[in-house]
Design a protein around this ligand. Structure first.
Ligand SMILES: [Zn+2]
Length: 390
């Protein structure tokens, strides 16, 4: 094998077994292999960790998967292991497709392995079915903001928005490049962004694959096995009605359902508790929650005076970039929405961004992706900038 300007012999035993390849790659179809670039001369090893050679700085290789914290790459048709912190990506996330929970998990692991110097990956809890809920921080800023997506299952395109932000912002950060008018590294080293790209992985899995559909989910779906309209978590609680923003007076369906049931009490669900407990450990300057219906922004939950002025100003600057309309205050006092809980509890801006035109009870068509991305690509940096000033 030739790597850089040297020739190496790689023993057959170093290669990934066909079985392992099939297991790991089966759920990553379409997301690999992706090209990565050596940031330094980077050793490559066999499965047991024996050094086989090194890849010259600047050389491009194909990343096929991650395994035990290491990258599995292909060199001239053979698979070997590398420490991904010696590499950087070019374009990791392909966003114009449905992104599964497994693929989301894969991407955020890849980013955290590639960029340990300015990212941090945390498990913040687990879903009803036991899928870990992840938060990925980018930047070394002491101040922090948080963004989340896919609290409503059928709104899973919002996960694509956050993953593509992570992809492009980390690319700009590591390469010292500007993103639009933003100096990404300087900004994120003032204000870090925590991303929770998929709040409701069980629901998203149900919508995308039906792999976890049961007699119980069918019942909650009014007897239908068309799960495209599913919003709730897997046991029929609408997570965005389960937070305590005056939960007690929030209207609700009476029983668990594919939508609109607020649960037996505030924070009855492991997914909402995970976010609550994670937020409690931080001092977030703002919270941007991504949803997908109606091309509108929500910012109001009974704030007054300077708090109201500040939050409306942030909503207005997001409106200016996205073109989304700002929803006027309603008379509703109680809420189970995560952003309303955040506003009430932390007295900081909580903005709900609805990325797509009204769809009715179904997933957002991928034909909207390009325009949605164009509208939202700078919103993380916009929110970080706003937070940096206070
Ligand atoms: Zn929603």
């Amino acid at each position: 094998m030739n790597a850089g300007n040297k020739v190496y012999y790689i023993p057959r035993t170093a290669f990934t077994s066909t079985k392992e390849k099939a297991n790991i790659e089966s759920h990553l179809q379409g997301s690999f292999p992706r090209t990565i670039v050596a940031e330094n001369d980077a050793q490559f090893k066999d499965k047991s960790g024996n050094v086989l050679g090194s890849i010259a700085k600047g050389q491009q290789v194909k990343l096929h998967m991650v395994n035990g914290g290491r990258g599995v790459i292909e060199l001239f048709g053979k698979r070997v292991y590398v420490d991904l912190s010696n590499f950087k990506h070019i374009d990791q996330v392909l966003p114009k497709k449905n992104i599964s929970y497994k693929e989301m998990e894969y991407h955020i692991k890849v980013f955290s392995y590639m960029y340990p110097e300015f990212t941090k990956l945390e498990k913040i809890g687990a879903s009803v079915e036991g899928r870990p809920l992840y938060a990925l921080k980018i930047g070394n800023g002491k101040k922090e903001i948080i963004m989340d997506a896919s609290m409503h299952a059928r709104e899973h395109m919002t996960t694509n928005v956050l993953l593509e932000m992570i992809d492009e912002y980390t690319y700009a950060y590591i390469n010292g490049k500007k993103y639009g008018t933003y100096n990404v590294k300087a900004l994120l080293d003032k204000v870090s962004i925590w991303y929770v790209p998929m709040m409701n992985p069980d629901g998203v899995t149900l919508v995308q694959t039906k792999a976890n559909a049961t007699a119980a989910t069918k019942l909650l779906n009014n007897g239908s096995v068309n799960y495209n309209r599913w919003k709730a978590n897997i046991r029929g609680v609408d997570l965005n009605r389960n937070f305590d923003g005056g939960w007690i007076t929030k209207a609700s369906t009476k029983y668990a359902s594919y939508k609109n049931y607020k649960g037996t009490k505030a924070f009855s669900e492991p997914e909402s508790r995970a976010l609550r407990d994670f937020v409690a450990k931080h001092q977030f300057k703002s919270y941007i929650s991504y949803h997908s219906s109606g091309s509108v922004l929500y910012y109001f939950h009974h704030q007054t005076s300077t708090q109201l002025k500040r939050d409306l100003a942030l909503a207005n600057s997001i409106k200016k970039v996205t073109g989304y309309s700002i929803m006027p205050p309603t008379g509703e006092t109680g809420s189970g929405a995560s952003a309303d809980w955040f506003i009430m509890n932390y007295k900081m801006p909580g903005i709900t961004v609805e990325i797509a035109p009204f769809q009715g009870e179904t997933v957002v068509s991928l034909k909207y992706w390009d325009s949605i991305w164009k509208k939202n690509k700078t919103i993380g940096l916009l929110a970080a900038t706003e937070a940096s000033l206070r």
